[in-house]
Design a protein around this ligand. Structure first.
Ligand code: ADP
Ligand code: MG
Length: 633
């Protein structure tokens, strides 16, 4: 027997490991199983190169729980370690065996198959174990099995031992405060989370199923009798879908995989993108486009990030552009540095390239779908829209590409491209400055009177809904400088599109001047500004609107990132009251001689205008309704 001190800089590294990783103790299993995977893959590679015997038979990794002896063993049939190697790779912590292996076999297929940039590695075992044994027998000819043993102090022992099979057993003597890691449920849960797609078969415990009795014996009804069959429980799918060639896969395969990834999500995805890049960086994966209609649930299912089939995280913020986190699925890249802080990730050149690449793939796919089957694309637009808009708002390059398939939906449900829209309304909706005005509604029901007034004038009314609408119209105006959006309730229909010709008014300037204070008196405070417009006598007598500019600023402020207008502070609510000077009621108010009646008429008209906009509230509303009933009785 030999004893020695583990080569660490600090007096005792284990308290640090324990403290540092406190919240994530379960990670030890990911580390140990991925070491076992590495060792197995090394053996396969070296077997092919003829440096060790070629692999025959079983290479599974086993996770063995022994609740009586309170041990957890991770067993592999991998490359194993000689005594020298244990000294080198285990005792000299600072040294990473994987790095050396990679240096030596540069360019071999092994390169992509080695997991090991996690920074924690083998010693994370001491987060849950009070004592760890490594019993290992190298595949190299002439080697003998050895046992390394350590109780968490920098002192270890190394000794000769008996072993049946070449490979490595890592035996954890579980600490008293970590006995949860001896239960089937906990271990199966961790394996499921981190090891579900690791590339070597992993077995944990057994499973029992009912199968036809092998004797073929039948029961009274003539059916073959059933009998229990116990078999090893396989944890993982060693060649997950994303590692396969897209040409070999069917739509059903992708849908099934989606259900495997998100068992709690019952809605099928709209479509998927299979990523497969090997230059200038390695990236595979499958991204699913979910049905996004329920905007608030967007983040329920997250993208899973893997490195060589080892689950890393489902928090991909800062790794992929924000709008892409609306997608679901899997990204696997050995090129994303995983053991560094998130703020560093943002600046990492590889991460930026990967983000840019995914963003491009997604826009290419959308464009291809649009070109191939416009009708289906349009029918899915409500789901796609949120995503495309978010992408356009946050990613300049995506915006440029999205112009090809960005659709504008009108209140009749028809979708138009920018080009089609201009062809359709370019002449009728052009204002005196040459801009094509696009009236839109954020809520066709609430803004019904405005929508129908605009449509009556022959305008196409677009639907721009959702919390991003205010930002979106701004962005679209940048993207398409020939158009300008105006919400239908930002002005009376007659004034939405400014022209040089003014309709004839029945009121002269003097009459307007006389009427103005009467109408103003019908509205509270000074939030309402009165102006006159000559419109058709059938249009409403008074209309309350809110200027496009003011409303947009306010909405943008509310959503955040107010487009640089925060300096206004909280903006007051301001409304325009447009008096239709050609309406008979307006004439009536003007000509009424009795001052009291005159004011009452104006007040009634004002109240109705406010009521229609949901602006009549509280005491005023109660009084208004009481008065109405009073007139009925
Ligand atoms: P890393 O995996 O990043 O190299 P670890 O601390 O996880 O760091 O492991 C250190 C080294 O110990 C490995 O590089 C490998 O050489 C060796 N090792 C660990 N586990 C095994 C195993 N199951 N079989 C063979 N070698 C192993
Ligand atoms: Mg490791």
């Amino acid at each position: 027997m030999q004893t020695g001190n583990i080569n660490v800089q600090t007096e005792n590294i284990f308290p640090i490991i324990k403290k540092f990783l406190y919240s994530d103790h379960e990670i030890f299993l990911r580390e140990l199983v991925s070491n076992a995977v590495d060792a197995t893959q090394k053996r396969i590679t070296l077997g092919k190169l003829g440096e060790v015997n070629a692999v025959e038979g079983n290479t599974s990794i086993e996770v063995i729980r022994d609740e009586t002896n309170k041990t957890l063993t991770i067993r592999d049939r991998g490359i194993g370690m000689t005594e020298d190697e244990v000294n080198k790779y285990i005792n000299q912590i600072a040294f990473s065996g994987a790095t050396e292996f990679l240096d030596k076999y540069k360019g071999e297929e092994a390169k992509t198959a080695i997991i090991g940039h996690f920074g924690l590695g083998f010693y994370s075992a001491f987060m849950v174990a009070k004592h760890v044994d490594i019993i290992t027998w190298s595949q190299r000819e002439g080697s003998e099995p050895v046992k390394w043993s350590c109780d968490g102090s920098p002192e270890y022992t190394i000794d000769k031992v008996e072993k049946d099979e070449r490979g490595t057993d890592i035996v954890l003597h579980i600490a008293d405060d970590s006995e949860e890691f001896l239960t089937d449920e906990r271990i199966q849960g961790i394996l499921n989370k981190y090891c579900k797609f690791m590339p070597v078969e992993i077995i944990h415990g057994t499973q029992t199923e009912m199968v036809d009795d092998p004797t073929g014996e039948k029961d009274e009804e003539g059916n073959v009798k059933k009998t229990e069959k116990v078999s090893p429980r396989i944890v993982n799918e060693a060649s997950p879908l994303w590692s396969k060639a897209p040409a070999d896969l069917k739509d059903e395969d992708y849908q099934k995989f989606y259900r495997d990834l998100y068992p709690m999500n019952f809605e099928d995805p709209l479509f998927h993108i299979h990523l497969n890049v090997d230059f200038p960086f390695n990236l595979t994966g499958i991204l699913y486009f979910p049905q996004l209609k329920k905007e608030m649930e967007l983040r329920r299912d997250k993208i899973h990030l893997y490195s060589n089939q080892v689950f890393i995280t489902d928090n991909v913020e800062n790794i992929v552009p924000d709008f892409l986190t609306l997608l679901h699925g899997v990204i696997d890249s050995p090129d994303i540095p995983l053991n560094v802080s998130r703020s560093y990730l943002q600046e990492d050149a590889n991460v930026k390239k990967i983000s840019g690449h995914i963003s491009k793939k997604v826009s290419d796919k959308l464009n291809a779908m649009f070109k191939k089957d416009r009708e289906t694309f349009a029918s899915q637009w409500d789901d796609l829209r949120i995503f495309v808009e978010y992408g356009m708002l946050t990613d300049e390059k995506f915006m440029d590409r999205a112009k090809k398939f960005m659709l504008f939906k009108d209140t009749d449900g028809t979708c138009h491209t920018h080009e089609e829209l201009i062809a359709l309304v370019g002449e009728t909706q052009k204002d005196k400055n040459g801009k094509v005005i696009l009236p839109y509604t954020a809520d066709a029901k609430a803004q019904h009177s405005f929508v129908s007034a605009a449509k009556e004038r022959g305008y196409q009314v677009l639907v721009m809904e959702g919390p991003l609408a205010a930002h979106m119209v701004q962005k679209l105006e940048e993207a398409y400088p020939d158009v300008q959006f105006k919400r239908v309730d930002s002005d009376v229909a007659d004034n939405l599109i400014e022209s040089d010709e003014a309709a004839e008014s029945t009121l002269d300037e003097k009459q307007e001047e006389a009427l103005k204070p009467v109408i103003e008196g019908a509205f509270p405070g000074d939030a309402y500004k009165v102006k006159f417009t000559a419109m058709s006598p059938t249009a409403a007598p008074l209309t309350i609107t809110r200027s496009e500019f003011m409303r947009r600023m306010k909405e943008q402020q509310a959503v955040g990132g107010g487009g640089g207008f925060q300096m206004f502070g909280a903006m007051p609510d301001n409304y325009d009251v447009t008096v239709n000077s050609n309406h008979p009621i307006v004439q009536k108010i003007l000509t009424e001689k009795n001052e009291e009646v005159k004011q009452k008429l104006a007040k009634r008209a004002g109240d109705l205008a406010r009521l229609s906009q949901g602006l009549l509230e509280g005491e005023e509303l109660t009084a208004f309704i009481a008065e109405g009933y009073g007139e009925l009785s």
